[in-house]
Structures are given as structure tokens and as C-alpha cells.
Design a protein around this ligand. Structure first.
Ligand SMILES: Cc1cc2nc3c(=O)[nH]c(=O)nc-3n(C[C@H](O)[C@H](O)[C@H](O)COP(=O)(O)OP(=O)(O)OC[C@H]3O[C@@H](n4cnc5c(N)ncnc54)[C@H](O)[C@@H]3O)c2cc1C
Length: 366
């Protein structure tokens, strides 16, 4: 089948690689250059959680993705995930911590927040009133290294990837407008992240685009601190990053954005992130070494939306969104293949929203 994939973030790249391997004629289009820093997929690291507190559907997805991450690592010839363990935390009674504990195969008792100081030799601190669940099967994904691997692997498997080519908006069927010319395909998969609502306006009302900023903090600590996901008002999360830095982000804070005009990080962002660094990272310098902006595409219930367009059933919106998609990357190609093959798939059924959506815990973390 001749398939167009619109957008080469982590979702589009995974889809191109998998479909090309399966023998499809794959054309991937990306409006920016390779390894660009717009959209949602750029940056050194992302958090991996094999037992995401978001619900059983996501746990199954993560477990299947875990096996495939190992095969990607084999092909890449290097590790793409570093297993650091994680601290799933939140104010006492946090439904997120409870959900992580419940879904975990080896549930341990939640700790009081102040135990974390001792556990991390003083490098991470949490308030006494917090519950903390120590999740061993969590770690850090080398995000840019994964994108770079997929760019090569997808091309090696025969996908034709075109950069600096913007598919014209809106998409109305199987003929895409490329540089003013119409090109026809048998199927079109729109993995355009925060731009998806512009390309497929019927979904725009369900895809809110939000600006997020992350910051890196310096410490003398050797790299292996655990990742943090906290269910507090800011939804603060953190992870070790290369060059001895620790990165913090705020899952729940940041305003609406136009994906074509995202404000660069400023002093207000620095002040807000420093405040969290002061509380959580006592042995770190609270002044950020650097900051970066990124986009979330947030659906009303924070679930992914993978659903055919009502204009044409062979046009698919593939939105692996709401700030928690990276960890499932290898499964995106699998789901796209199931859709093309019209295979029954509980994940596609759930993410289409046709069965009333998935039973997902709301205030999730990265
Ligand atoms: C700050 C931040 C922290 C995160 N932390 C985590 C984490 O710790 N763990 C985790 O699992 N997930 C995390 N996520 C979520 C994860 O990164 C995203 O779910 C994932 O990157 C989404 O990828 P995507 O390919 O759908 O979107 P994108 O990466 O945005 O890709 C969409 C692509 O489409 C292209 N495009 C748009 N319009 C067009 C067009 N007209 N023609 C051609 N190309 C077009 C864009 O240029 C872009 O490259 C985080 C996200 C952010 C922003």
C-alpha cells in the first residue's frame, strides 16, 4: 500500500519504520529539518515508566513497548533507556500514587516523603506529607538518540523521508497538497502533533495546544538519581540528564500556544522552575543552566486519540499526545499497522473513543 505519514516526530518516525519494514511503500513528510527542535519530541531525555499509573491499557502498551525497545536497542547497537528507578509521589492519598502502587506487579508500601532525603543521600527532598511509591521499572529514555536511530532505520527499511516539506492544510482526503501539487496515496496517517488540528480541523476542538518549559540544574552528583513524577498542583517531574544535570518540568502548568509562534523560555519560567528545584533538589544549584520549550497537545481526558477522519476512513489522526507518549514509541508503528490491516485491536478501539474512551486516571505525570 502507498502510505503517507504527515509529521516525523517520534510517532511519525516509528510509524514510517514499522510500515516500511512490513513492505508498504512509505512516504514521510516533515515541515522542518531532521532533528529539529519544534513540536513535542526533541530533547535529550524522556521518562520511561513500565507501569504507568494511567491505567491497565497503558500498562499493557508499555509492557509491549518494553520488548520492542530492547529490539530497537539491538538495532541501534547501544542502550536507549537507562533504568534509574522512579519516585511516584504526591500529597497524602494521591490517586496517582495509589494507582501506580495498585498496577505494579510488586507493590511495596508507600513511603513518607521525608524518607527520600536519606534514600538519595540528600540529593532529592520531598515533603513529609507526601506519599511516595518507589517504582523500580522506571528510567530515562535517550530521546534525541532514539529519533536519530529511527531516522536512519526507517530509511534503511525503505521509507522515503522528506524534510522541509509542509503538507498543506487542511487535509481533505487521500490526495495531499505538497508544494502546490496534489499527490494521491492509499492511506494517510496524520502524526502532526500540535499541528494536527490545523490539518484535520474536525479534531481541532479536542486537541488543545499548550506551551511547556523544562530546565536543567547542575549538581556534583553522579548521574544515577531516580526519576520523579509528582501529583502536586504543578505536576512536577524530573529526570537525570547528560553531563551531570537534572532536568525538571511542570506537567500541569503552561498556557495555550500557537504551534507556529511559541514564546521562548523567559525569566518567569526560570523563577517558577527554580522554586521547584529549591524544594526538590537540595544539593543542586537552583539557577537553571539552560531551558527549552516544548509543546503538549492535550485532549480533554488526556488519552491518545487515534481515529479515522469522518471525511475519509483511510485518513487517520494519530495523536500520541497529552505529555506522556514517548515511552510507547515502538508501539505507534504497531498500532498504525493494525489500523492499515484492519485488525481488531483493543488499543485502537479505546483510543478511537468509540467505546466511550479508556478508564484513565486524570492527573497523570510524564
Ligand atoms: C516537555 C515535554 C516533556 C515530556 N516528557 C515525557 C516523558 O517524560 N515521558 C513520555 O513518555 N512522554 C513525554 N512527553 C510526551 C512526548 O514527548 C510526546 O507524546 C511525543 O513526543 C509526541 O510525538 P508526536 O510525534 O506525536 O509529535 P511531534 O513530536 O510534535 O511531531 C509532530 C511533527 O509533525 C510535523 N508537522 C506538523 N505539521 C506538519 C505539516 N503540515 N507537514 C509536515 N509535517 C508537519 C512537526 O514539525 C513535528 O515534527 C513530553 C512532552 C513534552 C513536550
Amino acid at each position: 500500500m502507498k502510505v503517507a505519514v504527515v509529521g516525523l516526530g517520534i510517532a511519525g518516525l516509528s510509524i514510517c519504520a514499522r510500515l516500511a519494514l512490513a513492505g508498504h511503500e512509505v512516504f514521510g513528510f516533515e515541515r522542518y529539518g531532521p532533528m529539529h527542535t519544534n513540536g513535542s519530541s526533541h530533547g535529550d531525555t524522556r521518562i520511561m515508566r513500565m507501569t504507568p499509573g494511567e491505567g491497565e491499557l497503558y500498562v499493557r502498551l508499555a509492557q509491549r513497548a518494553g520488548e520492542m525497545w530492547r529490539s530497537w536497542e539491538g538495532l541501534a547497537g547501544k542502550p536507549l533507556i537507562e533504568w534509574t528507578g522512579g519516585l511516584m509521589a504526591g500529597p497524602r492519598g494521591s490517586p496517582f500514587v495509589d494507582s501506580c502502587q495498585r498496577l505494579s506487579k510488586k507493590p511495596a508500601a508507600a513511603m513518607r516523603g521525608d524518607a527520600i532525603h536519606t534514600l538519595t543521600r540528600g540529593y532529592i527532598a520531598m515533603p513529609y506529607e507526601w506519599d511516595v511509591f518507589r517504582q523500580e521499572d522506571a528510567g530515562v529514555i535517550a530521546a534525541d538518540a532514539t529519533r536519530s536511530f529511527l531516522l536512519k532505520q526507517a530509511a534503511q527499511w525503505g521509507a522515503r523521508l522528506f524534510h522541509d516539506v509542509a503538507v498543506e492544510e487542511p487535509i481533505e482526503g487521500l490526495a495531499l497538497k505538497l508544494k502546490g501539487e496534489a499527490c494521491a496515496f492509499d492511506a494517510v496517517i496524520v502524526a502532526a502533533g500540535s499541528w494536527a488540528g490545523k490539518l484535520l480541523p474536525e479534531f481541532a476542538g479536542r486537541l488543545a495546544v499548550k506551551r511547556r518549559v523544562v530546565a536543567w540544574f547542575r549538581t556534583e552528583q553522579p548521574r544515577l538519581l531516580p526519576v520523579i513524577c509528582a501529583d502536586n498542583e504543578a505536576g512536577v517531574y524530573g529526570m537525570p540528564a547528560p553531563r551531570g544535570l537534572y532536568k525538571l518540568g511542570l506537567h500541569a502548568l503552561g498556557g495555550a500556544a500557537d504551534p507556529d509562534a511559541v514564546r521562548e523560555p523567559d525569566e518567569d519560567d526560570a523563577a517558577m522552575l527554580s522554586e521547584h528545584a529549591r524544594l526538590l533538589l537540595p544539593k543542586h544549584d537552583p539557577a537553571p543552566v539552560r531551558m527549552a520549550r516544548c509543546l503538549y497537545t492535550v485532549t480533554p481526558d488526556e488519552n491518545f486519540i487515534i481515529r479515522s477522519s469522518s471525511a475519509h476512513e483511510r485518513v487517520l489522526l494519530f495523536s500520541a499526545c497529552s505529555g506522556h507518549g514517548f515511552k510507547y514509541a515502538p508501539m505507534f508503528g504497531v498500532l498504525a499497522q493494525e489500523w492499515l490491516d484492519q485488525k481488531p485491536s483493543p488499543e485502537l478501539e479505546a483510543f478511537s473513543g468509540r467505546s466511550g474512551g479508556v478508564n484513565r486516571f486524570g492527573a497523570q505525570k510524564a
